[in-house]
Design a protein around this ligand. Structure first.
Ligand code: AMP
Ligand code: GLY
Length: 420
């Protein structure tokens, strides 16, 4: 089979790494790819926001399957266009309407309410009901969570510690702090608990339940400071026991899939459930219509069976969930990032020592290859990933391996997994 992976992060490098291992994979293209993915297949540098370029590539190279990594092309309807123009090409990723689970928090909240899926209580407001929003805030307990409705590159959630702060923030958001994305704002009650993420690959009817994971979102040690795309991740998550997993399946995963079906939304692809456990019960914090980054980097190494086979069965509507084999080993990843990230940072720094790394799987995120050199090309640069018998062993190897790598102004958190 000829496969095209869309995207350029650590998630897409990890997908390429896993798909390459399948005997069913004859040709692999990653577009645009990064400095690591080119060693697994062919990087094709395209502007992936131009759907017609992707259709041309699919036709020229006779692609059999397209796996869409990031949310933006999904929210823009790339999967619909491929399915319409190339009905014989399998696509892993939902259409525009399914992607609304992530692209509109207001949509996701109404969907959960309609389908009795546990989530925080909320009110959605527009500028025209600002006064109603203020009155609602007045009746809540702080902290108060405000969420821009649309995609805001992971920055659209603000947790306000006081009523005054929440009222001011509501005004700023409705006034366009996140552009069109905050024309509607979800005001939500704060849930205190432990976060975890679960992932399914679904054909809209059946699903494969992938290993769960936890990511560390803040830039600073102890999970403090600015939000990032993710500074590290672990899988499994010690407090996700059989009981919590079962409740998550019964109260969240199954009702989500039956909700999609009942509402006539065809969904083929991944669903990432951002969860929080409150007094032993699961609540949904957010849906994503794709895999997570860096969660993918710890989830895929734990899958022993052939992911490409599972994707083919998914695209054909022939899922057999017991085919998925998961390793009992644990996996951890630590993100090496550019100094300054998530604010301004420099690119183009030469990365040294990659060949000295002993154990780690090195998933490239923001890198590019120029001749024989690998240069930094983004905020999150490399996901240093290891398997181990337990989280400590896996993390210890990550931190040993990270010592071999150097680029100017590099930074990483030394406390991934600190809370487990
Ligand atoms: P999101 O972009 O929806 O993943 O939200 C970013 C982060 O904000 C989450 O990972 C949580 O840590 C936090 N968060 C979002 N919603 C809530 C909530 N209702 N209660 C507590 N924390 C929340
Ligand atoms: N690591 C969080 C995300 O991929 O959205």
């Amino acid at each position: 089979m000829k496969i095209l992976v869309i995207g350029q992060g650590g998630r897409e490098h990890a997908l390429a790494w896993k798909l390459r291992q399948s005997p069913l994979c004859q040709e692999l293209i990653i577009s645009p790819g990064n400095g690591g993915s080119g060693a697994l297949g062919e990087n094709v540098d395209l502007d992936i926001s131009k759907h017609e370029h992707i259709i041309d590539l699919i036709n020229e190279r006779q692609i059999n399957m397209v796996v869409i990594g990031p949310e933006a092309p999904l929210a823009n309807g790339l999967a619909d266009i491929i399915r319409m123009k190339n009905p014989d090409t399998m696509v892993i990723g939902p259409g525009k309407i399914g992607a609304q689970l992530e692209a509109s928090k207001a949509f996701a909240k109404i969907f959960m309410q309609r389908n009795n899926i546990p989530t925080a209580r909320y009110l959605t407001v527009r500028a025209s009901d600002f006064q109603k929003g203020l009155a609602h805030i007045e009746n809540m307990r702080a902290p108060i969570v405000l969420k821009a409705d649309g995609l805001a590159a992971g920055k659209g959630v603000i947790i306000c510690n006081s009523h005054d702060e929440a009222k001011r923030t509501l005004r700023t958001m409705l006034d366009g702090q996140f552009g069109e994305a905050s024309a509607q704002v979800v005001i939500e009650e704060f849930l205190a608990g432990r976060e975890y993420s679960v992932f399914v690959l679904t054909d809209g009817k059946d699903y494969y339940l992938l290993p769960e994971a936890k990511d560390y979102k803040r830039i600073g040690e102890g999970d403090n400071g600015l939000n990032t795309g993710g500074m590290g991740a672990v899988s499994p998550v010690s407090y996700v026991d059989d009981n919590l997993r079962l409740k998550t399946i019964e109260q969240v995963i199954r009702p989500t899939l039956s909700g999609l079906r009942n509402e006539g939304i065809d969904y083929v692809g991944f669903i990432f459930f951002g969860m929080i456990e409150v007094n032993g019960d699961p609540f949904v914090i957010e849906y994503n219509c794709r895999l997570g980054d860096p969660e993918t980097e710890v989830v895929l190494p734990r899958i022993k069976s052939d992911l490409l086979k599972h994707m083919i069965d998914t695209a054909k509507g022939q899922i057999n969930s017991s085919d998925l084999e998961v390793s009992s080993q644990t996996c951890s990843t630590v993100m090496l990032v550019s100094g300054g990230y998530p604010l301004a940072y420099e690119k183009g720094k030469k990365i040294e020592g990659l060949s000295l790394v002993k154990d780690a799987l090195l998933f490239h995120a923001g890198t590019k290859r120029i001749d024989e050199e690998i240069l930094t090309n983004g905020g999150r640069v490399l996901a240093i990933t290891n398997l181990g018998e337990d989280t400590n062993e896996a993390l210890k190897k990550c931190y040993e391996d990270i010592e071999s790598i150097y680029f100017e102004k590099q930074y990483y958190r030394t406390d991934i997994g600190f809370d487990l």
